[in-house]
Design a protein around this ligand. Structure first.
Ligand code: NAP
Length: 531
């Protein structure tokens, strides 16, 4: 077997890349991690906008691979802030001595499979070249920012920001006229915080989002103690759910429940706060009629909160609730009662252009000091497509995926041997709690590489038929739901020209079972070849 510079290279040093490094190093592999940012953290390194915090509970949005780690670490709040999560990531990196194998400020330009040596040639944007037997992409699902091509975008003389690429030195919006374009999860977190600083905040909304209150606050110490006493049990119970989050979906259907029962259940989930609102009934994401009842419940909450009925109407989504990712908010709707906040509907009257001084809409200029693009990401495939990835016979991943991503289990790609994606399209990823999803993929990949080595194999590669079947299955599962019915980033519909394909796999517990079956059957759907 030809000697390579490394056994494996990992691209990305977020939660996924760090844990991949830990697992492979633990098994004695020589690993190098390349990270574009100047430090670790991935999503939590880049998304440092005001108000950024996780919308999965801290006790569940954390690693579980080390019992000592999860016992030692104390989360202060139900939903951790971005700085607290970054502190946690740094603690993990230091605790397990991970930094020494990470090279920062390094963009990977190309990864090319060489048939002769059966290895990957990796080239950085700075021209450094290394080789590795395995290539693992831990590039994140929401890491390639979407900066819409609005006329005059680069003309603006004030400050411009993207929530997903926020500067390390926090901008001060005190006394400023600030415009926010977009009203997804990031904007919904940032808007209430920026409104408290800015002289005036103008929100440019194309599509309103559904948001459930976070009811965030300091953790109750008794609750934390109970969790920690049986941490592993809680974690295992979460893996039996569709989303990898402990709170299960109610087995009742909204369509078969009385109006009073629906009202009571929605209200109690609403009072709990957070994303599990969508688990109030079993049929909310499969039955439009059932979904309408939940959607109307949220709209009523908006009308009850927002004093100006015209603004409340503009903020009320008409789409399927949960079809685009639901948002979790703190004071979002209430912020529109402030005299220094104005909402513009840019679906009925679009932005004409960005000018030197602000944003022109309907022939009127809104003068601004700062513009914030909260316009989301080229999700799931964007970061991979930026790299020139070539498999067997020089085939480009960009070409292979021209009509949409194709993977086996969201982990591997036919024609791309010894190449893995953590949380790739075709895996539960963004529809699951990302932390257990990451840990599962990392452990699966590390075990797989180890198994191949034990068998003295050189290459493991997804079979084309298995990949086709998996893509068809992923689509069939999604087609049984309401997910394909709206223009979400799950479908790539937020990026002009991107093929409309539902990318994540629905059902975390089923997926875990499937991946285990594949292993038990001797890596069914993969071919392993020797030297
Ligand atoms: P997003 O949900 O994709 O929202 C982007 C927003 O920008 C949408 O309102 C979109 O409108 C708008 N937009 C895009 N292009 C536009 C244009 N040309 N003109 C006007 N408006 C435009 O992005 P995000 O808010 O960054 O969130 C992305 C995902 O990141 C979330 O869904 C979530 O998974 C994750 N996230 C999680 C957290 C958390 O854990 N708390 C926080 C933030 C983000 P349209 O809807 O009309 O396209």
């Amino acid at each position: 077997m030809a000697r390579t510079d490394f056994d494996a290279i990992v691209v990305g040093a977020g939660f996924a890349g760090l844990y991949m490094l830990y697992q492979l190093r633990d098994r004695g592999f020589r690993v190098k991690v390349y990270e574009a940012g100047s430090d670790i953290g991935g999503t939590w390194f880049w998304n440092r906008y005001p108000g950024a915090r996780c919308d999965v509970e801290s006790l569940e949005y954390s690693y579980q691979f080390s019992e000592e780690l999860q016992q030692d670490w104390d989360w202060s709040e139900r939903y951790a802030t971005q700085p607290e999560i970054l502190k946690y990531v740094n603690h993990v990196a230091d605790r397990f001595d991970l930094r020494r194998d990470i090279q920062f400020n390094t963009h990977i330009a190309a990864v090319v499979f060489d048939e002769a040596s059966r290895s990957w040639a990796v080239r950085t944007a700075a021209g450094e070249n290394v080789t590795a037997r395995y290539c693992i992409m831990a590039t994140g699902c929401l890491s390639s920012t979407n900066l819409p091509d609005i006329k005059g975008r680069d003309r603006f003389k004030g400050g411009t920001y993207h929530t997903g690429n926020w500067p390390k030195i926090e901008p001060d919006f005190t006394g400023k006229r600030v415009g926010v374009i977009g009203t997804g999860s990031s904007a919904i977190q940032a808007i209430p915080v920026i409104a408290e600083q800015a002289a005036h905040l103008y929100v440019f909304q194309r599509t309103p989002s559904y948001a459930v209150p976070a009811y965030n606050g300091p953790y109750d110490l008794d609750y934390v103690k109970k969790r920690k006493e049986n941490y592993a049990d809680f974690r295992n119970a979460a893996k039996q759910t569709r989303s990898g989050i402990l709170r299960p979906v109610n087995e009742r259907n909204a369509a078969e429940s009385s109006k009073a029962e629906r009202e009571e259940t929605f209200e109690s989930r609403w009072q709990e706060g957070g994303l599990t609102f969508l688990g109030a009934f079993n049929d909310l994401l499969v039955d439009k009629g059932a979904n309408d009842t939940a959607a109307e419940f949220v709209r009523r909450k908006i009308r009850e909160t927002v004093k100006n009925p015209d603004v409340a109407e503009l903020l009320s989504p008409k789409t399927v609730v949960g079809c685009k990712r639901m948002c979790v908010d703190t004071n979002y709707y209430r912020t529109y009662n402030r005299p220094n906040v104005t909402l513009f509907d840019v679906s009925s009257l679009p932005i004409d252009e960005i000018t030197k001084k602000g944003i022109r809409r309907g022939g009127t200029q809104i003068e601004l000091d700062e513009i914030i693009f909260a316009t989301g990401f080229d999700a799931m495939t964007g970061a991979l497509m930026k790299i020139d990835i070539r498999g067997r016979a020089g085939r480009r991943l960009r070409d292979k995926w021209a009509e949409g991503p194709k993977t086996y289990l969201g982990l591997a790609i036919s024609g791309f041997p010894n190449f893995f994606i953590i949380n790739g399209p075709g895996s539960p990823s963004v529809l699951a709690n990302m932390m257990p999803a990451i840990e599962h993929h990392v452990e699966w990949i590390a075990n797989c590489i180890d198994d191949v080595r034990q068998k003295e194999g050189e290459c493991i590669e997804a079979e084309s038929a298995a990949e086709e079947d998996w893509v068809a299955h992923t689509n069939a599962v999604a087609a049984r739901t309401l997910f394909p019915s709206c223009n979400s980033w799950y479908l790539g519909a937020n990026i002009p020209g991107k093929p409309r394909v539902f990318m994540p796999y629905l059902g975390f517990s089923n997926y875990l079972e499937k991946c285990q079956q594949v292993v038990d059957a001797g890596y069914e759907g993969f071919s392993v070849s020797g030297p």
